[in-house]
Write a protein that binds this ligand. Structure first.
Ligand code: ASP
Length: 295
């Protein structure tokens, strides 16, 4: 049942690409620290939009996940980064796709939202915008990118994947979501998945904030995050709304996971892959961090 006394809530994910049997103690420790910082900010009254940007930027910079520093190269041996952010109350949104060599794609996505009349910039246009706006560039790409925790060289030739995301309800009732990725391993040069797409990968409105992870092609074809929001808005319970979307991804042959936070402070973090690195807390519940097992 929704807890109507919840004043703030958040969920974070470090991707649904976790592989059973591998050790995620380091990412769980990191998610615990980051979750504590998010909790402090929300108790302090920070806005949901600022908290999702803060959390995703940290997940990008640390190199432990397949986003920002932890991203793997594509078929042309370039790292191409995708990110998006959405504010529920205003429905403002920003995104970048196939961005090369910026430290925090999510900050550039917020820049697109706030400094341009557009929702998404891609490729060389995104780079030109980010450079002109003064966002931090990767100084030495050949030395910067790392293999994330739980990823081996063998994975890079396989269809493995990972992503990071945050969904937040703040004390004033504001909802926001953000997502960032280096994409699926071995992806073609120019390939763009669900992550930078407002709708499939990231969604926030007055009722719900959602960030998806998993094989982007299947998430896009399932309708993704906004299809959950529309189900929820029509009166379907949160648990059923997220499960219907995941069932559709499964029917299409993919795997995925997602985090969702509602205006009532309900949190859902389901996945149909082997595992999903994740953390959540609210003013009514303790910080929980886990990778495998039940929600
Ligand atoms: N959704 C991301 C993509 O397809 C990958 C992931 O979430 O693991 O690019």
């Amino acid at each position: 049942m929704p807890n109507l006394n919840t004043s703030w809530a958040f969920a974070l994910h470090g991707g649904a690409g976790a592989v059973a049997g591998r050790d995620y103690a380091e990412t769980e420790k990191h998610l615990h620290e980051l979750g504590s910082a998010c909790r402090d900010r929300l108790e302090n009254g920070d806005a949901a939009l600022d908290v999702v940007e803060f959390a995703v930027a940290e997940l990008e910079s640390c190199g432990l996940y397949v986003a920002g520093r932890g991203s793997a190269p594509n078929s042309a041996n370039h790292v191409e980064l995708d990110a998006s952010i959405m504010d529920g109350a205003s429905r403002q949104a920003g995104a970048v796709a196939a961005l090369q060599d910026f430290v925090n794609p999510v900050k550039v996505a917020r820049g697109v939202m706030e400094k341009t009349p557009h929702v998404m910039l891609a490729g060389s246009g995104a780079v030109a915008f980010a450079r002109n706006a003064g966002f931090e560039e990767v100084a030495d790409p050949s030395a910067y990118y790392t293999l994330p925790v739980g990823v081996t060289q063998d994975d890079i030739t396989d269809i493995a994947h990972g992503t990071v995301g945050a969904a937040v309800l703040d004390q004033s009732g504001g909802l926001a979501a953000a997502t960032s990725t280096g994409g699926t391993f071995g992806k073609l040069h120019g390939r763009i998945g669900d992550t930078p797409l407002i709708g499939p990968g990231t969604w926030a409105d007055d009722d719900i904030a959602i960030s998806c992870t998993g094989i982007g092609e299947h998430i896009i074809r399932s309708g993704g995050a906004s299809s959950i929001a529309f189900r929820y808005k029509s009166g379907i319970e949160l648990h059923d709304a997220v499960q219907e979307m995941l069932d559709e991804v499964g029917r299409l042959g993919g795997d995925a996971g997602l985090i969702a936070v509602t205006r009532n402070g309900e949190i859902a973090m389901p996945y149909n892959s082997e595992g999903m690195k994740r953390a959540s807390a609210s003013s009514a519940s303790e910080l929980v961090v886990t990778t495998f097992g039940e929600e």
